[in-house]
Structures are given as structure tokens and as C-alpha cells.
Design a binder for this molecule. Structure first.
Ligand SMILES: [Zn+2]
Ligand SMILES: [Zn+2]
Length: 137
């Protein structure tokens, strides 16, 4: 790894990793599995080759879950905080990095929304919402 590496970590900081750009993809995914796995409206997934990914600390604390009956869906978490961590994709030699785990700006922005037709019925664009810098005043 070199100076261009971007650091990331789980919620509690036990699991840390570094990724080296360029990324292969950066997309939001609205599929039902990503909504379940994230508990949110959509996932924000970065993808890059495994050779550009490195665990830094806590790899032994990673719980690996491959969704039964699914060809490719995996959800790896930190056993301490239960938070999501990156996972090796089963169908390609890539790693999927939930973008919210990054502690630095990856330098690229999402370009695609996948599974738009599967989005939650309650999803609305942020531009349609009242925006607060922190909690509502
Ligand atoms: Zn953790
Ligand atoms: Zn998805």
C-alpha cells in the first residue's frame, strides 16, 4: 500500500482497512437485500479489485455471512459492534466496500442507482425534503 491509500473502519474501530484507488464502481443500490442489510433506503457500494484492498486491524473479528440461496449476496460484520465491514465478492475477484465506512473522501462520486424499480415506497429524493445541518431546530 502507498500514500494514495484511503482508510476505513467499522463503527467501533476494531476493524480497519485501506483501499487504493482507482475504484471499479461506485453506486447506490436500492435492491431489497441492500435495504435489509443496511437498514436504510439504499446501500452506497464501492467496488475495487482485491489486490487494491488490505485489512489493517481486526480481520479476526470479521464475521462472514453469505446469504443462503443467494448467488452473490454477502454481509460481513464486526463481531464487536455488529457494524458492516467490506466483503470479498463471491462471483468476482473484487471487494465491495460500503462507502459509509471510509474515513476519507474516496475522490469519486456515485454514478449509478441500481434496482431503482425496487426502491422503498417511502423513498423521496433529499432535494424534496427540508434540510438541517444537524438535528432539526
Ligand atoms: Zn466494530
Ligand atoms: Zn443491492
Amino acid at each position: 500500500m502507498n500514500d494514495a491509500a484511503i482508510n476505513g473502519s467499522c463503527l467501533c474501530g476494531s476493524v480497519t482497512f485501506a483501499v487504493t484507488p482507482p475504484f471499479s464502481a461506485f453506486r447506490y443500490c436500492h435492491c431489497s437485500r441492500c435495504r435489509k442489510a443496511s437498514g436504510s433506503a439504499h446501500a452506497a457500494n464501492l467496488v475495487l479489485p482485491r489486490t487494491q484492498f488490505e485489512w489493517r486491524t481486526g480481520e479476526a473479528s470479521v464475521k462472514r455471512f453469505d446469504l443462503p440461496g443467494s448467488e452473490r449476496f454477502s454481509l460481513w460484520t464486526c463481531t464487536h459492534c455488529g457494524g458492516r465491514v467490506p466483503h470479498e465478492m463471491r462471483t468476482t475477484e473484487n471487494v465491495l466496500v460500503p462507502a459509509g465506512l471510509l474515513d476519507e473522501d474516496p475522490g469519486i462520486r456515485p454514478r449509478h442507482c441500481n434496482f431503482w424499480d425496487s426502491k422503498a415506497p417511502w423513498y423521496v429524493e433529499p432535494q424534496q425534503m427540508e434540510i438541517f445541518s444537524e438535528y432539526p431546530t
